[in-house]
Write a protein that binds this ligand. Sequence first.
Ligand code: SF4
Length: 363
Amino acid sequence: MSEINTALAMNDLLEDMRLWAQSYGFQQLGISDINLVNAEKSLSKWLDAGFHGDMNYMERHGSKRSRPEELVSGTVRVITVRMDYWPEPAAEPWAVLENDQQGFISRYALGRDYHKLIRKRLSKLAHKIEKAVGEMGFRVFCDSAPVMEKALAEKSGLGWVGKHSNILNREHGSYFFLGEIYTDLPLPVTQKTSEHCGSCTACIDICPTQAIVAPYQVDGRRCISYLTIELRGSIPVEFRSMMGNRIYGCDDCQLICPWNKFAQATVESDYLPRHGLDLPQLIDLFAWTEQEFLSRLEGSPIRRIGYECWLRNIAVALGNATASSDIITALRARLNHHSELVQEHVQWALDQHGQGREKSENG
Ligand code: SF4
């Protein structure tokens, strides 16, 4: 562990770390201690309510998530960073949401996957710190392990947890990724910021599935991000119409948030839209073969849901779209797909257009 132990030297180090973080493309850096008692209580209530749905790993990880020293022995501090991802240029999101012939994909997923990029940069940052202080214990994370990234980001001053449960920042809105370095270096902690949601309820009011059941409480089972990305099985029928044309994630609670008028465009070209995913025609996406899905989405976070769930999600959006002969033809072409999951969602979509089983089977 480091020989650096005076408060002055630690503060100088913190200033250097901020500059190094910026040079690696992070817009902000903070330091948190590892006391997550309050967050642990909230997590436990959330799990008890069953809001995690099929995300059983949330329970399985137990207290490793809320006690950093159980995940990485010797950890005394967590270095937190954020990286903006708002893509520009990209199609205007509300216009896409209003056009039911197009598919809406969450802004964070339009380009390349962020996990590897952020972990690589975090690793460089950690090695840079190690070069300055001598040997230190560390591990880097970006959505890759049971880490309470929002609680740590909030404690370290990157922003506050909004009523939609995302981290937001007065100067930068909420369109950013988070990353963490667990370390045994006893760095000075940075200050938590104040909360600024006030009496606003815009995110609660706009949520298409009323997933924000109370301020700061999201029922994951109702959330469109969960339904389109995390859920592997059948999407409950009660939510399908409410999903509209959202085929991968949902940004409504962030798009409506007044603080996002301060969001900054990303400087990372990797996060810019690829393959026209910011403005895709549903029918075109639905026609992709599995090979096209795999090759076009190489390096994209979307690939992880797999081809079956991709077709499942698009089928729901096509069921919600204004009917046309092209849509009916596209849906019928998938009615005999080998996956029962796809078949069932395609049949539901046809039903929405008055094309019940009998009609579709008779051509
Ligand atoms: S929309 Fe309003 S309530 Fe929701 S996170 Fe933003 S400021 Fe807070």
